[in-house]
Design a protein around this ligand. Structure first.
Ligand code: ADP
Length: 449
């Protein structure tokens, strides 16, 4: 097992990794920008190294600075967390070249799944159903239009190197498709340094359902069930739950078996997520994330498996120590993403946290790097806390979330806690009756009432 792990991240996920390490008796090294000198992950780590100024390019994405920090402190592995360098195959490769272990999949798997066109092709080869669309990346516009007429409009243009829900465009007819393809290619080049785009049929009422998997790189794989992440604004998840209110046991077992067979065949190592859209009883793969995800705690709460500890164990050469039959999913879990933003306008709200009181009690988990007197920096993601509850069933979870949200005090900055409180009272949410477009409609109509 590793003696010292460097955590190449910040915020709640850095703290999440730090906690896993500490419970495994592993020393931790935090890295931070000058804007994060007072951050909780820095305060709690055994050692810390300042790696640059606030700009992420010069700090959390600064590969030479991070590798130097690992070398100076004598770390033997690097956990990339999520975002930043977590899906950067070159970084993973360089970490290994420096004689350190990258806590994650092989650079080859990261590269393969990071290109969404290649990922979809591999998924098809592995027998995973995908959303119908262009045959790979769009080359000839006439060929693309012919194919779009077959899959039927509207279609969604996506970037092959895309992520974070950015840069997707809906085309309702051929004229729009012809006009939008070059625009999408230009934006993809600017955002992702890769001008390849493709299109998919734009589904009108899907749910976003994703499978959490673990592979040990030695031919073994298991899944921890699904997460339903259909509550989204601008393609960004805001609340996630497990299990999905709409899947049957047979559907879960079927997609779980397809996912684990694929992961085992790929010899995939570490934690990963296969994302699907689910409509009319059919699953269609959209992408795979080769890292831990923000919403991983809901899977931990229903499975009792610590996913970050599993990542670390597998990276250290461990094999999966359970089979699918050993994975028992119990009860229900829901996560609310608490963002530092105005609950109605969604304007970012960095600043000083003047009062902080987190909820507690039975079945409540908080993953947050906030504390009283902490100044939320303006340079980074607005996610400041995750409130996750576990209950016997969905109803108990909703009641527990209502009381936990009411206890949660974060003063000095705006947060979206009032939005989550509104959701807990919405009949559609209570009934589990929502698709990926529901929240946008709710925000546009009911929220401002
Ligand atoms: P990213 O990697 O940028 O997050 P994804 O492919 O994971 O992009 O898609 C993000 C979200 O966009 C999905 O959760 C879903 O809400 C929406 N989306 C993606 N593909 C489609 C599609 N074919 N039809 C309708 N919505 C889609």
């Amino acid at each position: 097992m590793f003696e010292k792990v460097l955590i190449a991240n910040r915020g709640e996920i850095a703290l999440r990794v730090l906690r896993a390490c500490r419970e495994m008796g592993i020393h931790t090294v935090a890295v931070h920008s000058t804007a994060d000198a007072q951050a909780m992950h820095v305060r709690l780590a055994d050692e810390s190294v300042c790696i640059g100024p606030p700009s992420v390019r010069e700090s959390y994405l600064n590969i030479p600075a991070i590798l130097s920090a690992a070398s100076i402190t004598g770390a033997d592995a690097i956990h990339p967390g999520l975002g930043f360098l977590s899906e950067n195959a070159d970084f993973a490769h360089m970490v290994e070249e420096h004689g350190l272990t990258f806590i994650g999949p092989t650079p080859e798997h990261i590269r393969m799944m990071g290109d969404k066109v290649i990922a979809k092709r591999i998924a098809q080869e592995l027998g995973i159903p995908t959303v119908p669309g262009s045959d790979g990346a769009i080359g000839d516009i006439d060929v693309a239009c012919k194919r779009a007429a077959e899959v039927l409009y509207p279609v969604l243009i996506k970037a092959s190197g895309g992520g974070g829900g950015r840069g997707m465009k809906v085309a309702n007819n051929e004229e729009e498709l012809r006009a939008l393809i070059p625009i999408a290619q230009g934006e993809a080049k600017a955002f992702f340094n890769n001008d390849e785009v493709y299109f998919e049929k734009y589904l009108d009422k899907p749910r976003h359902i994703e499978m959490q998997i673990l592979g040990d790189g030695q031919g073994n794989a298991i899944h921890l069930g699904e997460r339903d992440c259909s509550l989204q604004r601008s393609h960004q998840k805001i609340l996630e739950e497990a299990p999905s209110p709409v899947l049957t046991t047979a559907q879960r077992e079927e997609i779980g078996a397809i996912a684990t067979a694929a992961i085992a065949k790929l010899n995939y190592r570490g934690a990963g997520t296969l994302e699907f859209l689910f409509q009319d009883g059919q699953f269609a793969f959209i992408e795979m994330n080769t890292r831990i995800q923000v919403e991983h705690p809901v899977s931990e709460l229903i499975s009792g498996i610590d996913l970050v500890q599993e990542q670390i164990r597998i990276a250290a050469g461990g094999t999966l120590d359970r089979t699918q039959a050993d994975v028992v999913l119990r009860g229900h879990a829901i996560e609310c993403r608490i963002n530092a933003e105005h609950p109605l306008t969604f304007a970012p709200s960095p600043g000083l946290v003047t009062t902080y009181h987190a909820p507690g009690g039975y079945g409540v988990r908080i993953d947050s790097a906030l504390y009283q007197g902490y100044r939320v920096p303006s340079q980074y993601d607005s996610l400041v806390s995750k409130l996750i509850v576990h209950g016997r069933d969905r109803r108990e979870c909703i009641m527990r979330l209502r009381r936990a949200l009411a206890e949660y005090v974060i003063a000095g900055i705006d947060t979206n806690i009032p939005l989550h409180q509104r959701l807990m009272d919405e009949p559609d949410f209570i009934a589990g009756d929502y698709d990926i477009h529901w929240l946008e409609r709710f925000v546009a109509t009911k929220l401002k009432e």
